[in-house]
Ligand binder design. Structure first.
Ligand SMILES: [Zn+2]
Ligand SMILES: [Zn+2]
Length: 139
């Protein structure tokens, strides 16, 4: 049996490679979800010319829980919680595409119970809710 909590803690301490840091910095300073190709574009200036290098860095950062992939938008965003491993909940604004990451509290447990009824175990989840953000709601 794999103890995922221990594994994640260990990974958190792991030093990031130079490429991973550059990608993480870019996403952090953007504060918005970025598509892989626009990450590629921005990082050409930093000397990161190979898409493979960038995809590798993105994969690893997702694995470490430092960034998340927003599946329906095919884009990446920096994690706004301290550590949510691979379980994520986002709201996506229907009008302006603003993405917000929610803290997932007790959802893991109840999701687990729900899926358990069908004889399966949840390994990870990625929930995306479409909503109107505060800004769009008041405009
Ligand atoms: Zn997160
Ligand atoms: Zn909005």
């Amino acid at each position: 049996m794999i103890n995922s909590q221990t594994r994640n803690k260990k990974d958190q301490k792991q030093d990031l490679t130079k490429n991973q840091k550059i990608v993480l910095d870019l996403l952090r300073s953007s504060g918005e979800p970025l598509k892989a190709y626009s990450i590629l574009d921005s990082l050409k200036k930093e000397g990161l010319k190979s898409p493979l290098q960038i995809y590798r860095a993105l994969d690893k950062l997702v694995e470490l829980g430092r960034i998340h992939k927003i599946e329906s938008k095919n884009s990446f965003i920096v994690c706004s919680n301290s550590n949510c491993a691979s379980n994520t909940i986002f709201t996506i604004c229907e009008r302006c595409d603003k993405v917000k990451e929610l803290k997932n509290n007790n959802l893991a447990e109840s999701m687990g119970q729900l899926i358990n009824k069908y004889g399966q175990d949840v390994s990870r989840y990625n929930l995306e809710f479409y909503a109107l953000c505060k800004n769009c709601k008041s405009n």
